[in-house]
Design a protein around this ligand. Structure first.
Ligand SMILES: [Zn+2]
Length: 214
């Protein structure tokens, strides 16, 4: 995962530099501007500095999965209304008016969420939608609308949280995935005692290794 820092110029509209005292939620949004790029949305936030709308987000995930960080993690963004004081916000680009994220965007979003949740000691259940805070239909594809029932929308959101959870779990079990693997065949030793003695040596020499006795 690559995060490109492209911080906004401090200004009262999009980067007020209010200290973010705590992070207990990660809030996901859609930009609502089909086909727009991450950098275009970042520049839109930047352009508010001359006097515009109070709007910004910590991150924007683009259509190619690129991630731009607009605001440091210890400052407020103006993105999620009453949750601004306790959340990190992520805006996502989308190809069309359904608001559905493409696979590259969703994959990067999942990685970014997993990274942030770990960083702040949170779980996948701490991912929220803008919808959960204000009932705004954001992200649109994960919100109940005339096009999709609450059941369908919530199901999509739950599936995404499950994806992040799996990603976090996969990263947390290095023994299976990353560490060296040793298969000790008992039959290769004169006795089980000898095999176990050898096993103890391997465990000592390679802490964290995945060891299986066959
Ligand atoms: Zn939103």
């Amino acid at each position: 995962m690559k995060i490109t820092e492209n911080f906004l110029t401090p200004n009262k509209f999009s980067r007020p530099q209010i200290k973010l005292e705590k992070v207990i939620k990660i809030a996901v949004h859609y930009v609502g501007n089909p086909g727009s790029s991450a950098i275009a949305n970042r520049n839109y936030f930047e352009n508010q500095k001359t006097g515009g709308t109070y709007v910004s987000s910590h991150f924007i995930v683009g259509l190619d999965g690129e991630i731009i960080q607009c605001i440091p993690l210890d400052e407020w963004s103006y993105c999620t209304n009453q949750a601004n004081g306790y959340s990190i916000s992520i805006e996502c680009c989308h190809p069309d008016s359904t608001g559905k994220f493409n696979e590259k965007t969703e994959a990067s979003l999942a990685e970014l969420c997993a990274y942030l949740l770990k960083k702040f000691g949170l779980s996948s259940e701490d991912i929220i939608r803008h919808y959960d805070v204000t009932k705004k239909q954001c992200p649109l594809y994960w919100s109940p609308t005339k096009y999709q029932s609450a059941e369908v929308a919530n199901g999509r959101f739950s599936a995404f949280k499950e994806r992040v959870k799996k990603l976090m779990n996969a990263e947390e079990t290095p023994s299976e995935k990353n560490a060296a693997k040793y298969y000790v065949q008992v039959g290769a030793f004169l006795s089980k005692t000898n095999a176990e003695a050898y096993l103890a040596t391997v465990k000592k020499d390679y802490p964290g290794a995945f060891i299986k006795v066959l």
